[in-house]
Ligand binder design. Structure first.
Ligand code: ZN
Length: 456
């Protein structure tokens, strides 16, 4: 029989279909699965219990699921702070094109540690900068994720449309089309594990309409479907992108994605800020999913995604940190709060999102986006034991009675325990898989090395 972990006396927000909550309940974890969840104490006579956790004054939720990130940007935070997306990209491409394997490893460790410490149990990375001779960048981030102990989707990105071809990135920052497709296919063959409870998925992820050729989008979609893996990209992020698509292709981003095979159940797209009603209908009809990144959208003045309208249309929406060069906090639990606040500044005002909906976006919505809703995203019997225990009796939260309101609206709640498949990643607010100070030192060393090289 598998070892059991019992968590008692905690509030529970299961994020199941009915948003079932328990004021003072229990969780029983057996091996890597959830065996029981309910009100009141766990049965006293369970065999093989190796760990009993007293969850008094805590809220248990499903582990948070991040759906959009760029780990390498951990080394270029706090730069180009007063720019819109295109200006920001143009300012940073030259530095990014100097990254190497040691830098990406250190940046991935930093990004992953920051997220894991804040309750993320499933991470993703969209990596699209592959300078020649830089080493095996994908392997570096996969190694970092395994060491941190979180589930991971590595989206093998690519750019093949340099400025000489009418794209935004400089020619020295892009790959050849065939080169990108071959490397992506190799990554899928080598790493993708589709099994239940997998720690590693690979997705096909050309970067964006203004940095990728139509051919790469088309062939990338074909590759993903031939291999049975998911598709990810950036879409409809800014008015500048919308204008670019109209000028170059004679249509908006969503129509362009439709013509290149990029709408479907197996696609999740970052941002989706500038969407009209027919774009939303196209997403809903095709089952295309959204990675909503409210802090990054605010930092780059991109706009407010129509999340309430997406949810009303039946579109699945998850949350994304986005790269830490456009969201320096690097934390997902702060996005629960920011999605609620940002969307209330839109036309739906106080009806835009509830605290429960915000929590759902960061958990089950993310699981849907990554195609893992049978495994993760809610606390239900048979699902993986990806659980976070948030401490709510401290200064920041002790006067908020409603635990979900405390988590979503209060300051970032300390994580007393975070489990991935029943294995601890955080205990008493500290990472147990990696040493936080060493990660911070390593990242600073590589950030300074990158800045020196970029200065020439
Ligand atoms: Zn992004």
């Amino acid at each position: 029989m598998p070892d059991r972990i019992v968590i008692d006396n905690c509030a529970l927000a299961t994020v199941d279909e009915r948003d079932t909550e328990y004021a003072r309940g229990h969780l029983v974890l057996a091996g890597d699965r959830i065996e029981a969840v309910g009100e009141g104490p766990a049965p006293r006579d369970l065999p093989d219990v190796v760990w009993r956790v007293d969850g008094t004054d805590h809220l248990a939720t499903p582990g948070l699921v991040n759906t959009h990130h760029h780990f390498y940007q951990w080394l270029t935070r706090g730069l180009a702070t007063d720019h819109n997306l295109f200006d920001w990209l143009v300012a940073l491409y030259p530095t990014w094109s100097q990254i190497d394997e040691a830098m990406v490893y250190a940046a991935a460790r930093g990004s992953l540690a920051m997220m894991a410490r804040g309750g993320v149990t499933t991470a993703m990375d969209h990596h699209y900068v592959f300078p020649r001779g830089a080493g095996d960048l994908l392997a570096a981030e996969i190694r970092a994720a395994a060491e941190t102990g979180v589930r991971f989707t590595a989206a093998r990105g690519s750019m093949d449309l340099g400025t000489s071809q009418g794209g935004l990135p400089p020619d020295f920052a892009v790959e050849g089309t065939e080169e990108a497709l071959t490397a992506t296919e190799e990554a899928v063959d080598r790493y993708h594990d589709p099994s239940f409870g997998s720690m590693l998925h690979i997705a096909v992820a050309p970067c964006s309409p203004f940095s990728v050729s139509t051919e790469l989008l088309r062939q990338g979609a074909e590759l993903a479907r031939r291999k049975g893996v998911r598709l990810h990209t950036h879409g409809s992020e800014t008015v500048e992108e919308e204008r670019y698509c109209h000028e170059r292709h004679g249509m908006g981003p969503t129509d362009y994605f439709r013509t290149t095979g990029w709408l479907g159940e197996d696609v999740w797209m970052a941002h989706c800020v500038h969407m009209n009603d027919s774009d939303l209908a196209a997403f809903a009809d095709s089952g295309t999913k959204v990675a909503h990144c409210p802090s990054s959208n605010a930092r780059l003045a991109a706009g407010i995604a129509r999340v309430p309208d997406m949810l009303a249309a039946g579109i699945d929406v998850g949350l994304g940190v986005d790269g830490t060069a456009s969201n320096e906090t690097g934390e997902l639990h702060t996005e629960l709060r920011n999605t609620l606040l940002v969307n209330r500044l839109g036309p739906h005002r106080e009806k835009a999102l509830t605290t429960r909906q915000a929590l759902r976006l960061g958990t089950f919505g993310g699981a849907r986006a990554l195609g893992r809703e049978r495994e993760i995203g809610s606390l239900e019997v048979g699902k993986l034991a990806d659980v976070v225990l948030w401490r709510l009796d401290g200064l920041g939260h002790s006067t908020i009675e409603d635990p979900v309101a405390a988590l979503v609206l209060g300051p970032p709640a300390p994580v007393t325990l975070s489990l991935v498949g029943g294995r601890p990643v955080v205990e008493d607010g500290r990472l147990v898989t990696v040493e936080e100070e060493a990660v911070a030192r390593g990242a600073r060393h590589e950030a300074r090395r990158l800045a020196r090289i970029a200065r020439g």
